[in-house]
Write a protein that binds this ligand. Structure first.
Ligand code: DGJ
Length: 750
C-alpha cells in the first residue's frame, strides 16, 4: 500500500516500510527503510540538524534545516550545498531538482526503452521533480519483499542536455554499515569480501561491458553485529547486464549514502529536446533477521517477480551437458552413446554444447556461423534431436550468438559487423563481439538462431558469451539494449524453451539476464570445494532455482583436486542439478551412485530448487516447512576431529522430527594400504585385486537415524564421529578430506 499524508509518502508491505517526506524546499528527505512502522512516526524518523555543523551552504540563509549536506535525502544534485556524491551529472552544470507532482499507479509504470522489468508489482509511486529545462522522474514500485526504484530524465527545454551520469536510485541510510561485495574472475566467481563503509567511499563496479564475474552487481550493507539469523542487513541489485556502479560512503553526520546504476564511465547520452533517458530498475530489500532474512526476501522477489511467469516454480530438468566430457571432440555416434548412458542414469535433458557448427573444432574458428557440421552430425540437428528425443530425453543446444571469430564465414562477409575501435583489434578467446547496436546484426542473429530452433526439436538453449566488450560511450549501453532485443525476439515467441544463460560461467549472472533465462550457469568451476564458495556467494542474492550446478569428473579440470563423488552431488543438489563428464568410463560403483543421486534429487527437487534457503554453521539447508534438507560440508579435515555440532534454523521448537542421513559409502580403494585395518585379508595396495575391488565394493560411511525436537535441532545436535585414525567402523563418518553429508529432517505427525 502506498499512501501520501501531510507530505509524507509511505510505501508499506508486509515486510517493510519505506518513508520519505517532501520538505519545505521541495526536497524529498528520506525517513526510513526497514521494518514496518507507522506514517505518524515521520517526525522522530526525521533528521533534525539543530544548530548545524558549520561550513554550511544553506538553501535559505539562517535555516540549518536547508543544509542539504546534513540531511538524509532520496536524491541529490550538485552545486547546491550537498557535497556528497551526486546520482546525476549533467556535464558541467548544477542540478537542483525540486518536487512537482506525484501519482500512484496500479502495478508498474511500463518502461519504454527495452530494458527488462520486474513483473507482478503491487503499486508504483511516480514522483516528478523539476528544474529549468528538465524533469526528473523517480519511480518506487512496491513488491511484497522488495522495493524497486528507478529514475528517468526528461529534456523539457530547448537545449540538448549532456547526460553524463544518472543512477537508478540514491538514498541516505542513517547508521554505519559494512559492504559485502561478491568478487572474483573466471572459475572464481562470487567470493564475498567485506569492507567497512567509512568516510572513504566503497565502490562496487564493472567496466567489462557486462555485469561481470569481477564484481557482481548485487551487494549488501549490514550492521557490524548482523549474523545469519539476527541483525540489520540491506540488499541491493540491478536489473541490468552491462557496466554498473554502486557506492556507499558515510558522512560526518552518520548518514550512509548508497546509490547504484549504470556506470558513468563510458557512458554519455545527449538528450535532445523532448527526449528522455530511463535507468534500469534497482532492487532494494532489507531485513532485521540477518543475512538469512535478507536472502529470503531477495529469493522470493527473484522467483516471483524476475523469473518469467511461464517458468515460475517449474521443476528444472536434470541435465547432461557435453562440454567437460567431450569439449569439441564428438560425433553423432558418440553423442547417442552418451545419451543412452545419461538416460540410464536418470537425466531428463541432453545438452549439446559448443562445437556443432561451421569450422568450430577448437576455439579459434566458427563463431558467427550457423551451418551444422555434417561431418560430426550427418543427420543434422533435426536428426540428432529426433534420435535423442526417441530415447526419452529432451534436447538442448548451445549458442554463442553475440560473438564472431575472424576465421568464420560471417566475418569474411561482414568484417564491419564486429565491434572494434580505431586501433588494431584486440581479441578475447580469439573472438570479437558483434555490434548489437546495428539492426542488421540483430536481425542476422534472430533469423539464424530461430531457424535452428524451429528446424529441430529443441526445448532448452544455453546462451553463452565469452569475451569482455570494448563498447564505449553510448554504445556500451546500446549493446545491452541490443542483446535484450535479440533475446526478446527469439524467446518470447518460443516460450516452451528453457533458456540458461552463461558467460564463461558467471560473467553475466544478473537480474537482467534472469528476466529472460530462468537459470544461469554459475561457474566453469565444477570442483565442489570451490563451488561451496561460489554457490554460497550467489545464495545471498539469488535463489537456488537460478543456479546451474553440475557434477563433473575428478581430478577437477580447474584445480587438479580430487573430491568424492558424493560431495560433488551433495553440493550440486543445492541448485539446478546436471552432469558434465564423460559417462563412458564410469565405474560400476559410480554408475550406481549417480543413479541414486539423481533419484534422491528428483524426490526432493522441489525443496532443493524452491525451498527456503539458509546458511547453517556447517553448510546449507533448504526447507518447505515440513522437510528440511541440510548439507554438511568439510574441506580439509584435521587429525583427531572433535564432536561436530549441527545447528539448523527455522524449525518448530515444539515439534519432533525424524532425522536420517542420505546413505553414503566409501570406496575401498580410498584406503590404499590402510585396507589391512578394514579387511581381515591381506591385499596388495597396488595390486589388481584392490583395483578390481575398488570398482565394485563400497563400505557404509556412517548413516544417522534418530528423532529430535525442533528445539534440540536448532540448539545444536552432535553428529556421528568422523574418522580419527583409530580404525574403520561402519557407524563412523569415514570420509576423509572434502567429505560431506545430507541430512533429511522430516516433521513427525503429532
Ligand atoms: C564457456 C562456458 O562457460 C562453458 O560451459 C562452455 O559452454 C564453453 N564456453 C564452450 O565454449
Amino acid at each position: 500500500m502506498i499512501t501520501h499524508q501531510n507530505g509524507v509518502f509511505h510505501i508499506q508491505t508486509e515486510s517493510y516500510s519505506y518513508l520519505f517526506k517532501i520538505d519545505d524546499y521541495g526536497i524529498p528527505e528520506h525517513l526510513h527503510f526497514g521494518t514496518p512502522v507507522q506514517t505518524e512516526d515521520a517526525f522522530p524518523l526525521s533528521c533534525r540538524p539543530g544548530l548545524g555543523w558549520g561550513s554550511n551552504v544553506l538553501l535559505r540563509e539562517g535555516d540549518t534545516a536547508s543544509n542539504l549536506d546534513a540531511l538524509a535525502l532520496e536524491w541529490s544534485g550538485s552545486g547546491r550545498g550537498d557535497y556528497r556524491e551526486s546520482p546525476v551529472e549533467l556535464t558541467g552544470r548544477a542540478t537542483d531538482f525540486r518536487y512537482e507532482t506525484f501519482e500512484i499507479l496500479e502495478g508498474s509504470a511500463v518502461m519504454t526503452s527495452g530494458l527488462p522489468q520486474a513483473h507482478g508489482a503491487m503499486e508504483t509511486l511516480h514522483l516528478t521533480l523539476g528544474q529549468k529545462g528538465a524533469k526528473l522522474h523517480l519511480y518506487y514500485t512496491a513488491f511484497p519483499t522488495a522495493l524497486v526504484r528507478r529514475s528517468a530524465l526528461e529534456n523539457t527545454g530547448e537545449e540538448t542536455i549532456p547526460l553524463g551520469k544518472i543512477m537508478s536510485f540514491c538514498v541516505d541510510l542513517p547508521g554505519s554499515y559494512t559492504m559485502a561485495t561478491f568478487n572474483g574472475g573466471w572459475i572464481g566467481e562470487m567470493r564475498r569480501e567485506n569492507t567497512p563503509v567509512g568516510a572513504s567511499k566503497v565502490v562496487n563496479e564493472s567496466l567489462t561491458g557486462a555485469s561481470s564475474n569481477r564484481h557482481n552487481p548485487g551487494f549488501l550493507l549490514y550492521e557490524a553485529d548482523a549474523t545469519e539469523t539476527a541483525g540489520r542487513v540491506y540488499g541491493f541489485n540491478l536489473v541490468y547486464s552491462g557496466n554498473h556502479y554502486a557506492s556507499a560512503q558515510r558522512s560526518l553526520q552518520g548518514l550512509t549514502r548508497v546509490m547504484q546504476g549504470i556506470h558513468m564511465s563510458h557512458f554519455r547520452k545527449d538528450l535532445a529536446p523532448g527526449e528522455w533517458f530511463e535507468t534500469p530498475e534497482a532492487v532494494l530489500a532489507c531485513s532485521d533477521a540477518g543475512f538469512g532474512g535478507l536472502s529470503r526476501n531477495m529469493h522470493i522477489f527473484v522467483n516471483d517477480h524476475i523469473i518469467r511467469p511461464d517458468w515460475q516454480g517449474r521443476p528444472r530438468p536434470v541435465l547432461y551437458n557435453s562440454w567437460e566430457g567431450c569439449v569439441f571432440d564428438f560425433n553423432q555416434h558418440r553423442l547417442l552413446e552418451l545419451a543412452d548412458r545419461a538416460k540410464e542414469l536418470g537425466c531428463e535433458l541432453f545438452v549439446l554444447d559448443d562445437g556443432w557448427f561451421g569450422q568450430r573444432n577448437n576455439d579459434h574458428a566458427g563463431l558467427g556461423d550457423y551451418n551444422v557440421n555434417r561431418k560430426k552430425l550427418p543427420q543434422g540437428m533435426e536428426g540428432l534431436s529426433r534420435r535423442i528425443r526417441e530415447k526419452g530425453l529432451e534436447f538442448g543446444l548451445w549458442f554463442e550468438p553475440e560473438s564472431v571469430n575472424p576465421d568464420s564465414d560471417l566475418y569474411r562477409a561482414h568484417p564491419e559487423w564486429a565491434l572494434t575501435d580505431a586501433f588494431e583489434p584486440v581479441y578475447g578467446r580469439n573472438q570479437l563481439l558483434l555490434d548489437l547496436t546495428r539492426k542488421e546484426v540483430r536481425d542476422y542473429i534472430v533469423e539464424n538462431v530461430s531457424r535452428i530452433l524451429d528446424n529441430a526439436q529443441i526445448s532448452y538453449v544455453k546462451w553463452d558469451m565469452n569475451r569482455h566488450s570494448i563498447a564505449l560511450g553510448a554504445k556500451a549501453h546500446d549493446f545491452v539494449l541490443g542483446l535484450y532485443d535479440v533475446l526478446r525476439r527469439i524467446f518470447i515467441p518460443r516460450r516452451h524453451i528453457l533458456l540458461e544463460s552463461c558467460s564463461s560461467g558467471g560473467n553475466r549472472f544478473d537480474l537482467g539476464m534472469l528476466c529472460f533465462s530462468p537459470q544461469i550457469w554459475a561457474s566453469d568451476d565444477t570442483d565442489p570445494v570451490e563451488r561451496l564458495t561460489i554457490q554460497e556467494g550467489y545464495s545471498y542474492l539469488y535463489p537456488q532455482s537460478t543456479i546451474g550446478a553440475h557434477v563433473s569428473a575428478a581430478p577437477h579440470a580447474q584445480t587438479l583436486r580430487t573430491t568424492p563423488l558424493s560431495t560433488r552431488g551433495n553440493v550440486a543438489f543445492f541448485g539446478c542439478l546436471g552432469y558434465e563428464l564423460d559417462l563412458k568410463h564410469l565405474l560400476n560403483v559410480e554408475i550406481k551412485e549417480i543413479k541414486e543421486q539423481i533419484a534422491f534429487y528428483k524426490q526432493y527437487r522441489d525443496i532443493f530448487q524452491y525451498g527456503t534457503f539458509g546458511r547453517t554453521n556447517l553448510g546449507w539447508q533448504v526447507s518447505d516447512g515440513k522437510t528440511t534438507l541440510a548439507g554438511v560440508f568439510h574441506r580439509l579435515v584435521p587429525a583427531a576431529p572433535g564432536y561436530e555440532q549441527l545447528r539448523l534454523t527455522g524449525l518448530n521448537p515444539q515439534k519432533r522430527y525424524q532425522v536420517t542421513s542420505l546413505a553414503q559409502t566409501i570406496r575401498v580403494g580410498q584406503f590404499g594400504n590402510l585396507l589391512k585395518h578394514v579387511a581381515p585379508v591381506h591385499i596388495d595396495p597396488n595390486g589388481q585385486l584392490l583395483r578390481m575391488a575398488d570398482r565394485h565394493v563400497t563400505l557404509p560411511a556412517g548413516n544417522e537415524c534418530f528423532t529430535a525436537s525442533g528445539a534440540a535441532l536448532m540448539s545444536g545436535i552432535l553428529l556421528r564421529p568422523l574418522f580419527r585414525g583409530t580404525g574403520y567402523d561402519q557407524n563412523q563418518r569415514t570420509q576423509g578430506d572434502f567429505g560431506s553429508d545430507i541430512y533429511i529432517v522430516e516433521e513427525l505427525a503429532e
